[in-house]
Write a protein that binds this ligand. Structure first.
Ligand SMILES: CC(C)(COP(=O)(O)OP(=O)(O)OC[C@H]1O[C@@H](n2cnc3c(N)ncnc32)[C@H](O)[C@@H]1OP(=O)(O)O)[C@@H](O)C(=O)NCCC(=O)NCCS
Length: 214
């Protein structure tokens, strides 16, 4: 079977991470878009095209095209906006699971979800659309990760944790069982989250305290 054509939107770290393994899932990266086309392409042989030309590029291409939003960090809003733009342009957002990740058979993954190397998604967990479970992060049983949210490398979410849409959990953070993290909230690197986090709050420390609101 020939490789499925894949377009990435975002040309920085997340594109490098995805570029490392998507071929093993049967995709071939055919284009790389970024809103800043002046940056150097991180993928050999693939030039960066301006985001403003995306719809025209798609209209000139027949057949199935797959796409992933390659935007990491705290930019959950951008992840969801770009995902919607790709879907509007008749691009299919696949779920990608790194071969070295574990996803429970009864976990559910939304379109465009990205599960990276060493990550563990446990029983009955639900991962939202275009959400990222980054390197070696773990999402334990029955936890739910909202659309566009990002669980950073090494973060550990205990069972039954709810993470709101577009929220960001920093690297190495620990979230205790049954905690709710509100939409658009940010959990700092290394935080230990012992209480629910309000929407748009930025929390950090052990125990995590609200530092400000976005
Ligand atoms: C918590 C965080 C969001 C705060 O960002 P910010 O509002 O820009 O804060 P600043 O960098 O200006 O730091 C403000 C203060 O908080 C402290 N601080 C920053 N991050 C902290 C953290 N994770 N835990 C504890 N204290 C922290 C800083 O040392 C600084 O203290 P000071 O005023 O005494 O020097 C950010 O530092 C963070 O942890 N981001 C997560 C990054 C990450 O995990 N990225 C993964 C990408 S895949």
């Amino acid at each position: 079977m020939s490789a499925r054509e894949l377009v990435l939107w975002g040309a920085t770290g997340q594109a490098i991470v995805l570029g490392e393994f998507v071929e093993r899932l049967g995709f071939r990266i055919v284009a790389l878009f970024d809103n800043d086309p002046t940056i150097a392409s991180p993928l050999e042989g693939i030039a960066i095209e301006a985001g403003s030309t995306f719809e025209r590029w798609r209209s000139e291409r027949s057949g199935d095209v797959y796409g992933l939003v390659a935007v990491g960090g705290e930019h959950g809003d951008a992840r969801l906006e770009l995902a919607a733009r790709m879907i509007d342009a008749n691009v299919v957002l696949p779920v990608v699971v790194h071969p070295a990740a574990y996803v429970a058979l009864d976990a559910t993954l939304g379109e465009g979800a990205q599960i990276l190397a060493g990550a563990v998604v446990c029983a009955r967990a639900r991962i939202g659309r275009s959400a990222i479970v980054n390197t070696r992060a773990s999402v334990d049983h029955e936890s739910q990760i909202g659309d566009g949210a990002h669980i950073s490398p090494g973060a550990s979410l205990a069972g039954c944790v709810l993470v709101g849409e577009r929220a960001f959990v920093g690297t190495g953070a620990v979230v205790l069982p049954r905690i709710t993290i509100g939409a658009d909230a940010i959990v700092g690197a290394g935080a230990v989250v012992t209480h629910d986090v309000p929407a748009r709050a930025v929390v950090a420390g052990n125990p995590a305290r609200v530092r400000r609101y976005r």
